[in-house]
Design a protein around this ligand. Structure first.
Ligand code: SF4
Length: 363
């Protein structure tokens, strides 16, 4: 009975556009009925985008796996001593894009490790070259950790770095690296470098310069419900200042082949994934209109369920992504036709978008 009243109270707050607080969010994590959350979340998504579910023709390009941050939850990074380390030259990157360009790629998610061998000029020349050879592809590039390191190495402020990258073709910044913003938890999960405040600061500086970004949260490891509540509210608070976040993706920790996987051996189940999707939809409401289904970590079937629980963007196509397969999970490729078909199976309308979430084509 108590739980019934509380979910009613939360629904009333949503209807009267009142912001939810930490207690409301912790309640939704720990006690609320998942089906109730899903119904509220889907209703909010419907009020924002009806039955339209967007997706993007995307290419993920992991240009290097050498990384000096060495997060305990990451299976992707390699050190200089590893024989399977790699760094792509600018020509390699261009050749790789050329391989997939025929699929109508509109977004290039370019992200790798924090690689001390690469200079600022590498990134500037790389982005210029991509922009001149593929002017219709939006560059969605570099995590906050990469940006922070490049700025320090080049003796530039974050603002100066962002302006230089923007000038050479950077369009948007992925929200990777947010993990869980609470510093104590970041230390426990094995990311002592790159604080949560640093991530928020880089996002804020980008938003002030008019560079849009996405936001993320990684759950299913050592975090608490309160950590997640604070994480969502910090992002909401920044969003209210500049409206610079284009989307939010909650994704689950993949333990395979990671240090942290020795402590947290099991990945989150489907109900946990759906709960996180629904809660983020409910907390962000129309302030951050796009919630992504995170199909990459959870597969196509769960992505369909995520849409029924409040996501309104599928995410993108995938061709040869390398970060998730490093955990031992087989992702495969996902072409546009498969996404369109999966959305249609829900009796919803697939809408292709570009990197800036502008609709290009309804199917
Ligand atoms: S998550 Fe990113 S920053 Fe951390 S080790 Fe992996 S590649 Fe490096």
């Amino acid at each position: 009975m108590l739980s019934y009243n509380k979910i009613y109270e939360i629904e009333n707050k949503i209807n009267s556009k009142e912001e939810l607080n930490e207690d409301d969010i912790v309640y939704m994590y720990d006690e609320a009925n998942l089906y109730d959350l899903g119904k509220i979340a889907r209703k909010i998504s419907y009020s924002i985008s009806g039955d339209n579910i967007s997706f993007v023709s995307n290419l993920i390009l992991n240009y290097t796996n050498i990384c000096n941050v060495r997060c305990k939850f990451c299976a992707f990074y390699r050190t200089d001593a590893d024989s399977d380390k790699y760094s792509m030259s600018i020509d390699d990157v261009i050749n790789e894009i050329n391989k997939y360009y025929k699929y109508g790629i509109k977004q290039l998610l370019i992200q790798g490790g924090v690689n001390s061998h690469l200079e600022l000029d590498y990134y500037l020349n790389l982005f210029s070259r991509i922009r001149s050879e593929f002017p219709d592809i939006g560059i969605h590039g570099l995590s906050a950790a990469e940006l922070n390191y490049i700025a320090i190495k080049s003796h530039l402020s974050i603002k100066e770095l962002l302006l230089a990258l923007k000038d050479h073709g950077l369009e948007t910044i992925p929200g990777a690296g947010a993990e869980i913003l609470n510093q104590e938890t970041r230390i426990k999960m094995g990311r002592p470098k790159n604080s949560g405040l640093e991530w928020l600061n880089i996002m804020e500086q980008a938003h002030k310069l008019g560079i849009k970004t996405s936001a993320t949260m990684m759950f299913g490891h050592v975090e608490t419900s309160l950590d997640k509540a604070k994480h969502l509210l910090s992002i909401l608070s920044l969003q209210k200042k500049y409206h610079g976040f284009l989307s939010f993706t909650p994704w689950n920790f993949e333990p395979g082949n990671t240090e942290l996987g020795k402590e947290v051996a099991y990945r989150s189940g489907g109900s946990d994934v759906l709960r996180n999707i629904a809660i983020s939809r409910i907390v962000f409401n129309s302030e951050l209109p796009v919630i992504q289904s995170s199909w990459l970590t959870n597969g196509v079937n769960m992505a369909q369920m995520a849409i029924l629980f409040g996501a309104n963007d599928w995410g993108g196509t995938i061709y040869d992504e390398r970060v998730i397969p490093a955990t031992g999970k087989n992702v495969g490729n996902l072409r546009k036709e498969m996404i369109i078909n999966s959305i249609r199976q829900l009796n919803m309308i697939p809408v292709e978008r570009d990197n800036l979430y502008q609709n290009i084509k309804y199917y």
